[in-house]
Design a protein around this ligand. Sequence first.
Ligand code: UN1
Length: 504
Amino acid sequence: MKGQTMVQLGQDIGSLLDRLGVERALWCDGSMPSVTPLTGEQLAMVRVVDAAAIDETLGQASAAFRAWRNVPAPRRGELVRLWGEELRAAKDDLARLVTIEAGKIPSEGAGEVQEMIDICDFAVGLSRQLYGLTIATERPGHRMMEVWHPLGVVGVISAFNFPVAVWAWNAALALVCGNSVVWKPSEKTPLTALATQAIFERAVARFGDAPEGLAQLLIGGREAGEALVDDKRVALVSATGSTRMGRAVAPRLAQRFARAILELGGNNGVIVAPSADLDLALRGVAFGAMGTAGQRCTTTRRLFLHDSIYDGFVAKLKAAYASVGVGNPLEGEVLVGPLIDRAAYEMMQDALAAAKAVGGVVHGGERVGEGESFYVKPALVEMPGQVGPVLEETFAPILYVMRYDDLDAVIALHNDVAAGLSSAIFTTDMREAERFLVASDCGIANVNLGTSGAEIGGAFGGEKETGGGRESGSDSWKAYMRRATNTVNYSDTLPLAQGVSFEI
Ligand code: UN1
């Protein structure tokens, strides 16, 4: 493949990877292709790990953990601070690579790298705030406390749609918490992973004395992910992907009592109430449903419109859908880039056919262009009810629209799907807003903003078949540490708890 792996995409991918610091040997003559969804062209052949390399990586990660856990947390934060600086310097190049390899429009590519920078800043602050507790004890002359200790090797399995940010959410927290990290990225996005690793290595070089193998990359297929899931040396696996993947991973982790953070499917709903600011709602729904070509776990997939605003709002939505630019984001101003591959396109068409079969009226959804890239017009589907494909996540820009007339009933319907990631209501009625926030069964519930585009400061994740994990902000860091309750007796007697008497 050597020599043929370079393509011109407005800019030579080779020089982009050179600037990002990725060694040519890693991507020129390996066995895993990197294909750009923008044109379907092959960009590179990336080297993959074999079983021996996976074993060595995990061995090194264990040793790195044993050294790193003894480094004071604020000093660990210094590494993450340097990493954030390196990311700032590389932001434009990495964002462009995200556009090329994952197909995101440039502002979303840049936004993804910004999420990495933001979580680094968050983690640096956190490195001085890994607080425990002092707890009142029932025994005289005793002190009880709760302290947090580093956990071990953290395995990260990430998906193609956030090829760099999801790793950063996990790695930034895991590192300040005193852990080492091993990352298995999506097979669809190995180049962004290599570039991200190279950026991290620059921070390590500037830091000076980090243990070797503190954060490592496993480029490979299913077996690399399975190694993270099954290897006793990995204390926690944070996995982002489909519910199907989660169903395979969760029991295997449970089998060996390892920890899991699961970020699985979403089937996110928005309710637009009669009092809503409709212009705001339109923009929120449009970004949520069409942004990232419908390939976010937080994408808006179900829209519940009150009877009184249904016709007018659907007309506006149709106009917005018709006006949105679809195409190669490197060739012009578009808001919707490609689907990741042919399989995604086929799943979208299957879902649209299934929707029609149960009475759905489909607007849009047609393919734009041909060849090995898969661009589609986002689809708006008016549904007679929450049936058929509406109940499932299809990772494509399909928005199912339904009517409602009663808030309690629509909230019940909203909750009546398997996933529980993100949700929103557009209303100016305070009572409605508060009722929705209490009743939504999702990990994220918003008022007057859409379902996608969460900030890193909040805990990110969802309930039910979304997997229950939380990453990123708030106290998600606790999942990356182990908790110990310590009781110290500084008296010269031994009173037993619960008043138990045991005289010998
Ligand atoms: C994902 O799609 O896996 O809230 C993550 C959002 C982004 C993260 C999405 N901050 O849409």
